[in-house]
Write a protein that binds this ligand. Structure first.
Ligand code: HEM
Length: 413
């Protein structure tokens, strides 16, 4: 049975918060299935690890959603901020993809990312200093005060966004990315417009006064290298792709460790396990539960199922990463797991360009937080935590995370 047309996404809060039971049931019943999305469009969802990996790397499954929209507007849903800002690497195929990715990738090579470690550490310490001002018994929101501003400040540094502008930008992104499904509400449209106008102005400023940042580098590459539309789309995508995903990993990861005190203790006893723990927390908590939409350019067979041409395809990373055929005891959080890579950062040509940066940010965020506050605990009832991000497809992250940090350990200088 492949043509189930059950609904996918837009789930009720209980399922959106903990979708793994639903993923497992769907994967066991029908690992490649035709579904209907919350907005009414049909799509195919791929749930197994091997099939997901194959689909992500298959050049016949295109990322050029604007072309697909022209071909078959009935199939593909259009999101904010609209086509004008959608011409970035994640929405195009080679050769455009290769060109755009190469230009940006200079900023993310391992040596450049490693050089950011001290800056990330300073940001983490400064944010914790602010939270500590509330006192050891106070309840603080770890998402608003730590998990989100940390990667947001880092991308601000990387792009050369002046610190004074970051608060506004942060506020607009909060409106744009929190908690709606289907048609965007008026405030999201307004926030999107403000972001677009801000990025245009930023590009103009860097044209006039170039500096060492990534925006200046891209501007200097010239119009032959990338069009203004591609440049603006790229900046938009970087500010969207980086902070929310990483914030979700940090917030989800803290909750997962509090849910599993044995794993928390193992990590506190041996922080050297952090790099592996970060990847296991990505696998287990699915901050990005699905890869972004793709569309078949021709009929493609995935896991024995023929997906016709011009159909939307959604690879469910959260399901693939809990496929028992790939990960023994997939529903167990095990920071010592040694099973090889998972699909949390995607696979193939569109494999997350920011993965080295995200791994660094998450490692430093956990190290700094747990090093200073090893006794942190949830302030409220576990059941009241809400993972709310639109239709539950692209992001799984907490809106807020009330935490009592407890006494601070002295900082090792
Ligand atoms: C825990 C944090 C993160 C997760 C889980 C994550 C996940 C992903 C995934 C799954 C994809 C592939 C999507 C697809 O194929 O449809 C992707 C692509 C991408 N990510 Fe990330 N990401 C994270 C952080 C970041 C950061 C910090 C940046 C940069 C600042 C970033 C930049 C990108 C870019 C530019 C792409 C597009 C690559 C391409 O199309 O070639 N990501 N990410």
């Amino acid at each position: 049975m492949t043509d189930t047309l059950g609904t996918w996404g837009g789930w009720e809060p209980a399922i959106r918060d903990d979708p793994f039971g639903l993923f497992a049931e769907a994967r066991a019943r029908c690992p490649v299935q035709r579904v209907r999305l919350a907005d009414g469009h049909p799509a195919w969802v791929v749930l197994g690890y091997d099939a997901g990996r194959q689909a992500l790397a298959d050049p016949r499954i295109s990322k050029d959603m604007l072309a697909a929209l022209e071909d078959n507007g009935d199939v593909v849903a259009e999101g904010l901020p609209g086509p004008e800002f959608s011409r970035h690497m994640l929405n195009v195929d080679p050769p455009d993809h290769t060109r755009l990715r190469r230009l940006v990738s200079r900023a993310f090579v391992p040596s450049r990312v490693a050089a950011l470690e001290q800056a990330v550490r300073d940001i983490a310490d400064a944010l914790l200093d602010e939270l500590d001002d509330a006192g050891p018994g106070a309840t603080v929101d770890l998402v608003e005060g730590y998990a989100y501003p940390l990667p947001f400040r880092v991308i601000g540094e990387l792009l050369g966004i002046p610190p004074a502008d970051r608060l506004d930008l942060h506020a607009w992104f909060q409106v744009l990315l929190t908690g709606w499904a289907g048609e965007p509400p008026a405030e999201a449209v307004e926030a999107s417009g403000k972001i677009v106008a801000y990025l245009r102005e930023l590009v103009d400023t860097k044209r006039r006064n170039p500096a060492e940042d990534l925006v200046s580098v891209l501007v200097a590459a010239g119009d032959d290298a990338l069009t203004t539309q591609e440049l603006l789309s790229t900046l938009f995508q970087l500010v969207v792709a980086g902070p929310d995903t990483t914030a979700s990993l940090i917030g989800n990861g803290v909750v997962a460790l509090l849910d599993h005190p044995d794993q928390m203790q193992a990590l506190l006893a041996d922080p050297g396990q952090l790099p592996a723990a970060v990847d296991e927390l990505i696998r287990f908590t699915a901050p990005v539960p699905h890869a972004t939409f793709r569309v078949t350019a021709e009929p493609v067979t995935v896991d024995g199922v023929v997906i016709p041409a011009h159909e939307q395809v959604l690879v469910c990373l959260g399901s693939a990463n809990r496929d028992p055929g790939r990960f023994p005891a997939p529903d167990v959080l095990d920071i010592g797991r040694n099973d090889g890579p998972n699909l949390g950062f995607g696979h193939g040509a569109h494999y997350c360009l920011g993965a080295p940066l995200a791994r660094l940010e998450a490692r430093v965020a956990f190290e700094t937080l747990l090093g200073r506050h090893p006794g942190l605990r949830l302030a409220g009832d576990r059941d009241t935590l809400a993972w709310a991000h639109g239709d539950g497809l692209v992001l799984r992250g907490l809106v807020s995370l009330p935490i009592v940090l407890g006494p601070a350990r002295h900082r090792a200088e």
